[in-house]
Structure formats: structure tokens, C-alpha cells
Write a protein that binds this ligand. Sequence first.
Ligand SMILES: NC(=O)c1ccc[n+]([C@@H]2O[C@H](COP(=O)([O-])OP(=O)(O)OC[C@H]3O[C@@H](n4cnc5c(N)ncnc54)[C@H](O)[C@@H]3O)[C@@H](O)[C@H]2O)c1
Length: 707
Amino acid sequence: MGTYTNYKLLDRGDGWAELCFDQPDSKANIFNESAIRELDVVCQDLAARRDLKGLLVTSAKSDIFIAGADLNLIKGLDTIDKALAGCTAGQQAIHKFAKLPFETVAAIGGACLGGGFELALACKKRLASDAKSVKIGLPEVMLGILPGFGGSVRLPRLVPLPTALDMILTGKQVDGVRAYKMGMVDAYLPNQDFNSRALAWAKANAGKPGRRVHTFMNKVMEKVPFRGIVFSQARKQVMKNTKGKYPAPLKILDLLAEIHGVDVEEALRREAKAFAVLAVTPVSKRLIELFQLSESVKKTNGVGPEVRALRVERAGLLGAGVMGGGIAWAFANKDIPVRMKDIKWESVNLGFQQAAENFGFALKKKKLTKNQYMGKMGMISGTLDYSGFRNADVVVEAVVENMDVKKKVLAETENFISDACIYASNTSSLSITEMASVAKRPENVGGLHFFNPVSRMPLVEVIAGEKTSKETVATLFELAKKLGKTPIVVKDGPGFLVNRLLLPYMNEAMFLFEEGVSVERIDRVMKDFGMPMGPMRLVDEVGIDVGAKVSKILHQAFGVRAQASPLAEVVVASGRLGRKNGKGFYIYENGKEVGLDDSLLEVVKGRNTRSVGLTDGELIQRMTYPMINEAALALAEQVVKTPGEVDLGMIMGTGFPPFRGGLLRFADNEGVKRVAETLDRFAGAGAGERLKANAALLEVARKGSFY
Ligand SMILES: NC(=O)c1ccc[n+]([C@@H]2O[C@H](COP(=O)([O-])OP(=O)(O)OC[C@H]3O[C@@H](n4cnc5c(N)ncnc54)[C@H](O)[C@@H]3O)[C@@H](O)[C@H]2O)c1
């Protein structure tokens, strides 16, 4: 049979062949230019064959069927014409495949994403294995584009419209069993000898119609006017989730509505056009960069390939409070047994409760079975002494934020753990170097800073103190990845990276309030900018008292540039602590926000009106530019090494809008020189030293940009 570079064509008897995708010198199969061009040739060769009854499509890579299209190729598309040509080439090769005059069956035994799933959709049938590595999906929307190799056309013709919309609009990835339930594959088979089983299944079922899960209700929903209702609900959901900041989901909705019932070739033409428009948007470029950045993290251990991370199979946890309960859940969720120690049984129970709540949520959403739920909860045990700690590979400390207590706990714990055990503090502001000064093995001590709530926040800062060994850093970095988080290595220092950068933002919000701008307006402009919530709401969530305390610590460390508005203390003194006592900038009843606290205006009567006249754009500058100023300093001090880590940290740790590519991409986009000049203007207009552009920022401005 034919010889190709990316594919092997093998005879499988009875008129069947196997097309095995095996990209040379690569662990993965992806659709790059060569693979697409060659697929076209393969299709021409296959179409000419009169002897074939069927073709099984497989992959030679373990864990991967086809991982998608080459992202650098998409990132490099800088004109609509180029994007249209690139998309059409892939789409047409796959369309030729779809038209082959014999049975075609995809045997999906690993990740089958984007272009990979689009090829599978062009097969007459699809089979998935029950392997853990099977992930099926169309994640294009998360990269600011849409499935452009026929996926937007074929998926809605295979499965009910709501299922197709859900897959394409969210980019979700599902396993083989779920894909079967949703109607995206015809069968799922055991992973052992999957390709042989798939071939046998394909031969046995050749000529039979493919599986469809359309119910009577689904068919009704696809008729006018119900189809219109499905689309309008989906649009409402998209607007709720994205506030209209992301062009891709809206374009997907327009396209899917427009191509319903349209001839396939015409539908493909429209799909390619829509893809091309999205592929050249800055939002797509930013999202692709961000994805590549987080993927590159997965390939490192935070230190270097010469350093080996230790295996973590058992964990100990000190302090079962808000964070401890969340961290225990994170371990158990990845099947790592964890022993929680607290000083009171009530707290241990609270830790259990918190983990149970998170797992209970997964149970309710049917992501866990009852048995799995019990198994996960069984991973967590509790104690008031250190029994069981001798077996721990890692101990995470999440006791109260107090240096004396933390030092005492560390010194005591060292008596009960093995010499090799790594000890990591979850402190959000205290120095790891100072904490480790009481340790017998300071090289084993580092920081592992999770964000609240642990189950939802993807970032973990791995903090290296002065004596922390490279092996400890690598172990904590690998552990964070194992827990499903995105780690960044951060130098020890006040506020580490994320809280240090967030503080000037929160401070400026409070200063603007002091200068007469309403809480409602401050929060609205930042939400419009794309933050998940406004800063005043955020301070309510964190606790106004906690915010004021952290502010003070950073003020002591950084001096005038971290100075806070005295108004925060006044608000705290009036008995407003935020959500936790039902009263902050907003009022809360039964845990729900019910509106602004207008009585606050009495408390802050003496406010000036200096900033009332600022435009919304200027308010955004006042709150975001100081973060850029601080980031320039943090980079100069090598708190992290690259602007990419700052951006990843701010997006994953604070929800800084991903479509802006992160804080420093945003800075580059604004123009760093303009950022510096604007800060100086604010400094001259009353803010003084606090907002002056610092030397590090001026240096970046002189060079041109952060990236
Ligand atoms: N809450 C957050 O948003 C957040 C976010 C990131 C990091 N952190 C950090 O996590 C740590 C814990 O914060 P939290 O909010 O979970 O506090 P918390 O008050 O909810 O929990 C602290 C727990 O530690 C227990 N404890 C006190 N002394 C102990 C000891 N000697 N041995 C064992 N347990 C002891 C307490 O009984 C309590 O259950 C702090 O260092 C905090 O700065 C908190």
C-alpha cells in the first residue's frame, strides 16, 4: 500500500485497510501543513481504490489520537485571506475524506481534539476506548476561533442541537463513555487491544447505519420556532458568561443558525469565512499565546531538567480551616491520601465538611458516582496529634497567618516527619526564609500558595526561600501540577507576586472612593474592563478588615507606593467587615448580596470630590496602571523571570481578563510609555509619590515593551 510521511496505510484483510496517523519525530499527532497536504494526497489515492470495503483510522501515539491543528500556524495567520486559504486547505482535505465511497471508522484511543475530532466527524462511524486518556472535544472557542475543518457543520448534523451548541460554545472535553451518551461516538470499547477490537467491530457493523440519539423532543426542538428559542437561550448564556467580550461564541451562534439545513459544501464555505474573521482578531492571538504559555508550564518542573522531583504519594496537612479543607479536597480529588491535623476536632470536622461539599457538588453534577464519592472522602483522615505524619512525602501547613505560630508549628512538625519530607507553607504574606530559620532542614521548606477557593482557582505560587533546595521547588511544582493546578515559581518576598500586584489596584479603588467616586461606578468600570468582579465587591469577599491588615503589611514593606486610603479603617471601624458579617460596601442577606449599603455614605461624609470628573477610561487607568508599575519592579527584582509568568499569574490568580492576554500584554497594548506618562500625570494631580512611574517602568518604556 502507499507510502507517506505522516501516515501508514496497512492492509487489514477482507478489503479493509488501516490508516495510522504517525507523525515523525513527535509524541503527538497534529495537523500541521505537511499532515494536511498529505491527507489530501492520501484521500486522492484512497478514492481511486476499487478494492477497499472499509478503512479504520488509528493513531500510533500512546494517549493521543489527534491533538488538533498546529497552533503556531493559526497564530501566524495575519490576514483574512491567509486565514481563509489555510482553513479551506484543511477543510477540503477532510471533506474529501468524508466523501470516500466506502465505510470509514475512527478508532479514538486518546486525545481527539479540534481538527482531530473534525476528522473523526468526517468518518462514517466513530469508536472510543474507555481509556482515561480519551478526551473528545472542539476546544477552538477557547482560542478565540471556531471549528473550521468541518466541525461546525458536521457536529450539529450528528447530535441534537443543544448538545452540539454545548460542545462548540464551551470547548468542553469528554471521555469515551460520555461521548457515547451524547451520541458523538457509535460505541465505546475496552482499551486493551483497542485497535483490534475496533477493527472487528467495524467489520461486523459495516453497512449498518450510524447511531443517532435524536429523540422526538430533540427533533421538535430543531423545528422553527423552537430552534430560535434554543439559539436565543444559548446567546443569553454566552452574554452572561462573556459580557460580549469574546467574539468567537457569538460568531459560532450566528454561523450555526445560518447553516442549519444548508447544503454541506455551502455550509463549509461559510464556516471557513467565519473562521478566517475570528483567526485574525487580537483576542484569538492573545488566547492562543496564553494557552501555549500554560502548556509550556506543564512541560517544566520549575527548576530545570537536571533536577528530579520527589514522588508524592501521601500528604499531611496542618490546619483544617478555610484553606486546609480546600487543600485536603485537592489531594483527595487526585487520589492522594491526606491526613489533616488541627488543634480542635471542630476544625477537623469543618475540613471534612468542606471537602464533602466540593465532592458533593461533583456528585450532584454526576461527575462522580456515589462509590467514587465515598472513595474520595475515604482518602482524607483527621487527627489532633501527628500520628501518620511519618509516612507523608509532603506536609502542607495552612494554620493561622501568624509568624510565631507558623515557626512553632514548623519546628514541632519536624520531630514527627521523615528527613526527606518536604514542608510547604500556604502563607499568603509571610517570609518563607524567616519561617525556615527555625527549621532543622531549611532546604526542605518552601511555600505552596493556593488561592481561595482552592477548588476553583487554578494558580499556585511555589515559593523558594533563600535556603529552599531546587529539589524541593521541583517537588512542589510537580505536586501542584499533579493537583491539576498551574504553578509559577516565585521568589520569597512580601505578597509574593499576585497579592503584591493586586494590592495597588485595591488601594486605588479605595482612594477613588475617598475621592468621591461611587462604589457602583468603581465596580462597574472594572467589570466592563473584564474583571470577574469589581474591586469593592472583591474586598467585601476577602474581608475589609483582612484587606486593611494585608495593606498595612505591604505598606510597611514597600513604603509610600503601597500606602492605603485611611478610609478602609473608617469603614472597618463602622462594623463593616464585608460578606462575612453581612455588611460591607454591599449588604448581604442569607449569604446573598441584596444591594449597596447606602448608609455607608453617612460614615464617609467627609470624602472629597477630586476624582468624580474622571472618565471611565481614566478610572480604569487609575486602577490598572499602578499594577503595571509594580509588575515592572517585581520583574526587575526577579520575583518571577518572565512577563509571561506575570500574565499567567494574574489571569489564573485574579481572573484578569484572558482576552486581554494578561496584565503586561495589556500594558504593551496600551503603550508602556503612555502608561508611565499617565501615572506621572496622576501623581501630579494629587496622588503624589504613590503613583509616580518607577525607574523599572521607565526602563521598559525606554526599551519599548515588556514582551
Ligand atoms: N483564606 C484565604 O483566602 C487564604 C488564601 C490563601 C492563603 N491563605 C493562608 O492560608 C493559611 C490559613 O488560612 P485560613 O483562611 O484557612 O485560616 P483559618 O483560620 O480558616 O484556618 C486556620 C486553621 O488552623 C488551625 N490551627 C491553628 N493553630 C494550629 C496548630 N498549631 N496546628 C494545627 N492547626 C492549627 C485553626 O484551628 C484553624 O482551623 C494562612 O496562612 C492564610 O494566610 C488564606
